[in-house]
Write a protein that binds this ligand. Structure first.
Ligand SMILES: CC(C)(COP(=O)(O)OP(=O)(O)OC[C@H]1O[C@@H](n2cnc3c(N)ncnc32)[C@H](O)[C@@H]1OP(=O)(O)O)[C@@H](O)C(=O)NCCC(=O)NCCS
Length: 145
């Protein structure tokens, strides 16, 4: 198993996995293709024999890396895969001296638990931010904000 950059040749797999996990809330094909092709995006995956088991997409700005999507294939959840990808991004953010941020639905208890375990803290909330009325929690790694 390896952490690999997601390339154009992995596009179909990435889109299928994103649809499987996020369903109608998945990024569109165009959005995912742009993320793979745009150098400001960091698209990494945990791969086994060419198969994507989990992926993480982040976008970097001048002083921040913002995690926009993390998902693990439903057959492979709770094996520590998302933790590995997040730790990889945490190390990168520390190395390049950028903050690391993300946004998560307040109802997504599994993800929030994972982020808190890795040291993310909630810095603010955006009530009714999502189409379904859920609140967005904005989290940063450590006390960097
Ligand atoms: C959130 C998600 C990415 C976690 O992926 P994962 O590879 O299963 O995560 P890990 O195995 O690294 O889990 C690490 C921690 O997450 C939490 N966790 C993961 N799955 C959980 C579950 N089903 N119930 C409760 N806690 C869970 C636990 O704190 C776990 O630590 P532990 O094993 O020491 O208890 C995965 O559940 C997923 O793809 N969810 C749907 C997409 C999503 O919500 N993404 C995040 C928002 S963009």
């Amino acid at each position: 198993m390896q952490i690999r950059k997601i390339k154009v040749e992995h596009f179909d797999q990435l889109y299928s996995l994103s649809k499987l996990i996020f369903k109608e809330e998945s990024w569109s094909k165009d959005q995912l293709r742009e993320a793979i092709e745009d150098d400001n995006y960091l698209c990494i995956s945990l791969m086994d024999e060419g198969k994507i088991l989990a992926f993480l997409i982040a976008v970097q700005s001048l002083d921040d890396i913002n995690i926009v999507s993390v998902a693990t294939h439903s057959d492979h959840q709770k094996k520590g895969y998302a933790t590995r990808l997040l730790n990889w991004m945490i190390n990168l953010a520390k190395y390049v001296e950028k903050t690391l941020s993300l946004e998560v639905k307040s109802k997504n208890e599994v993800a929030i638990k994972l982020y808190e375990k890795l040291g993310f803290v909630k810095v603010h909330e955006r009530p009714r931010y999502y189409r379904d009325g859920d609140t967005a929690l904005i989290m940063f790694l450590g006390d960097t904000k």
